[in-house]
Design a protein around this ligand. Structure first.
Ligand code: CTP
Ligand code: MG
Length: 402
């Protein structure tokens, strides 16, 4: 996980996920549905986290769902302030501001973003932070209105409205932290604002506009989620990778399999912790990426990997998938040994792999088999493992790499 310690000059961020998502017509709130392999809320969270200009972050969730959100996010929740929201978007922003002011005082700027806008381009964050750095106190990303606009009812129904002076408002909006806090404290209504910039404008602060991005479209009505899923899936090609590994079983070593330590008479020997299952899995991922094998990235000859926990190798391989713009669809690991029994620990192993890979458990299979007491595994001389990984990479990446 990236370092979450507050650093001077970084903007704070509030990620809003406290709505009920009623307009989608779906029974599950839109921010927690799975989109392209991870919860909707995790998309913008990852984008904000990965940005070097963003530091402390508050995630605002429906009251009472803090623990559920923490477990949904797993390791992504590390270093994140998760706070209960209010009955309106305005009150949710205020809850986020107060949480940040309490836990991370000192940030000069704050971004406020709707988690219902999962596709958050780096360039938009750059533009908003850039305008704040240039002295703006309230920055809003906007898109031009491209359709002809008319009045929809009343005496003027059908009459054209001049669209050249209009724009569509998106998030993340960027603010001077103190100015946004003051606007919230002073807000008297009576109407309920749908964004924060209108509150700052009411307080007499200029609103700076920067170009938004069509990718930032909000999930609002029925079908929006599915449309976004199609956009994310189009232009990706499937890659399959396989990995295989064997380590020797010896006395006096710890036994690690799938990142879980298992009490046993023997352990696996090797330069790292010799987690044969993770090694096979790492090779499968690197194979699907056509990026060599575990030995080429972490040479056994290098003393820094002596006794190293193999979860680092797995996290590295998963980071490579993300860096290439890809995502893992599924992994299937088979452990081949007579003993210990894998079945009773399968659930723990899947949960641990899910944690390291930041992948849902449903996408992780761990199986085991014996070789009927035949061969090296049958005689208990070693444990073997094989893994198959299915992942997707952007088509343009596939072309570039071929
Ligand atoms: N939001 C929030 N707290 C609220 C209401 C909304 O944090 N009390 C957040 C939503 O989670 C969303 C963003 O504000 O990320 C934009 O709101 P909207 O699209 O209206 O989402 P919902 O309120 O969840 O949806 P609906 O209005 O259809 O119920
Ligand atoms: Mg709403």
């Amino acid at each position: 996980m990236p370092d979450q310690a507050p650093r001077a000059g970084l903007s704070a961020a509030i990620l809003l996920a406290a709505g009920a998502g009623l307009r989608t017509g779906h029974e599950t709130p839109k921010q927690v549905r799975t989109l392209a392999g991870k919860p909707v809320v995790a998309h913008a969270l990852d984008a904000l986290r990965a940005h070097p200009g963003v530091g402390p972050m508050a995630l605002v969730v429906p009251p009472g769902s803090e623990d559920a959100m923490r477990s949904l996010l797993g390791p992504r929740a590390e270093g994140l302030t998760i706070v209960a929201g209010g009955s309106s978007r305005r009150l949710s922003v205020r809850a986020g501001l107060e949480a940040l002011a309490g836990s991370e005082p000192g940030a000069a700027h704050v971004l406020v973003h709707d988690s219902a806008r999962p596709l958050l381009p780096v360039a938009v964050i750059d533009r908003v932070l850039g305008a704040l750095a240039d002295g703006a106190r309230c920055v809003v990303p906007v898109l031009p209105v491209v359709d002809t606009l008319v009045r929809s009812g009343g005496d003027e129904a059908g009459q054209v409205v001049d669209r050249s002076t209009l724009a569509r408002v998106q998030t993340p909006q960027g603010f001077d932290f103190a100015a946004l806090m003051a606007a919230h404290q002073q807000w008297t209504g009576p109407e309920e604002p749908t964004d924060d910039a209108q509150m700052l404008r009411r307080a007499g602060i200029d609103v700076a506009l920067v170009p938004g991005d069509s990718a930032l479209e909000k999930i609002t009505g029925p079908g929006d989620h599915e449309r976004m899923e199609r956009i994310l899936t189009a232009g990706m090609s499937t890659r399959v990778g396989m990995g295989f590994d064997v380590h020797r079983l010896v006395e006096g070593e710890d036994l690690w399999l799938c990142g879980v330590q298992i009490p046993h008479s023997h352990g696996l020997s090797g330069h790292s912790d010799a987690d044969v299952a993770i090694h096979a899995l790492v090779d499968a991922i690197l194979g699907a990426l056509a990026e060599g094998d575990i030995g080429s990235h972490f040479p056994p000859s290098d003393p820094q990997w002596k006794g190293a926990a193999s979860d680092r190798f797995l996290a590295f391989a998963c980071d490579r998938v993300s860096a290439r713009g890809g995502r893992i669809d599924h992994v299937d690991v088979t452990i081949i040994c007579e003993a210990p029994k894998i079945g009773p620990r399968r659930g723990t192993m899947r949960a641990r792999l899910a944690e390291i890979m930041m992948l849902q458990e449903a996408r992780i299979s761990v199986k085991a088999t014996t070789t009927e007491r035949l061969g090296l595994t049958g005689r208990g001389e070693g444990i073997a493992a094989q893994a198959v990984v299915t992942l997707r990479l952007p088509d343009d990446d596939a072309e570039a790499a071929s």
